[in-house]
Ligand binder design. Structure first.
Ligand code: SF4
Length: 264
């Protein structure tokens, strides 16, 4: 099974949701990117190319046939090439006893006197402990892949932000955090049945599975459709005598299941 850095990002963006990983793994149809998504993608590519142009000559791994990219990346690192663009790592390992290939492609690997800096361009203007946890996790995974593949630590992990700042990303304690995230992704991919995930206006608004999840919630009368029901309440465990599916959200209110809602 493959786990990529994009899987980790998918857990958190556009909003945190475990179900997104399961649906993507099982090829559920996802909406085409919106015009806004396309604009963001174009801006992201331009931002990346503008930064690349400031770094001088580079080894462009994206121009190499896919089967050779990992070996060419390792070779370029061993030769201390100054800038490696779109390098690729693919590490065969096991996580929680599950055999897995972990894949990551940092935008730039930059040789700096005695070691490599791993850097990515992001449109996000602020990246720190309180903003964009997925970016921190992404870099921790890059750092972990680099160290496991090359046998030494990356010198620094850095984000080229939407403000064109270069911000260091801390990698202390990253191994435990990233292994926990990898295990979480693997378990979601391996589930035998679709996990329950309550829908929400803010949560689902920008998600490509919006239509699928809302149609399903409406068909089943999921209690998460009721405005007064928060995500925590919707997730509450059910019993055979009191299954969540017995809750009924209607236009006029809620047909009670359990003893917590009595709106009609
Ligand atoms: S539509 Fe909502 S519930 Fe469905 S995968 Fe997206 S965020 Fe999760």
């Amino acid at each position: 099974m493959r786990v990529t850095v994009s899987d980790i990002v998918s857990l958190y963006r556009p909003t945190p949701c475990d179900l997104r990983i399961y649906l993507r793994e099982h090829d559920f149809p996802e909406a085409e990117p919106s015009a806004f998504d396309e604009i963001l993608r174009t801006l992201g590519e331009r931002h990346e190319q503008q930064h690349l142009a400031t770094l001088g000559a580079c080894e462009d791994i994206s121009a190499i046939p896919a089967p050779d990219r990992v070996s060419r990346t390792i070779e370029a690192i061993q030769n201390h090439l100054r800038v490696i663009y779109q390098g690729e790592f693919a590490l065969e390992t096991d996580v929680a006893g599950i055999p897995v290939i972990v894949v990551g492609r940092p935008d730039y690997l930059i040789w700096d006197t005695d070691g490599y800096i791993i850097r990515d361009s992001k449109l996000s203007r602020q990246v720190d402990a309180d903003h964009h946890v997925e970016i921190t996790l992404q870099f921790q995974l890059y750092g972990w892949l680099f160290e496991r593949t090359i046998g030494e630590r990356a010198k620094r992990l850095q984000v080229h932000t939407g403000k064109r700042d270069i911000v260091d990303v801390p990698c202390d304690g990253g191994v435990a955090a990233i292994l926990a995230e990898l295990e979480r992704v693997l378990r979601l991919k391996q589930l035998g049945a679709e996990p329950y995930e309550p829908v929400g206006w803010t949560k689902c608004g920008g998600c490509g599975f919006n239509k699928y999840c809302w149609d399903k919630a409406q068909e089943s009368g999921d209690v998460a459709l009721v405005a007064e029901v928060d995500q925590g309440l919707a997730r509450q465990p059910t019993s055979s005598a009191n299954p969540r599916r017995q809750m009924r959200a209607t236009r006029t209110g809620v047909t009670l299941c359990g003893n917590q809602l009595k709106k009609t």
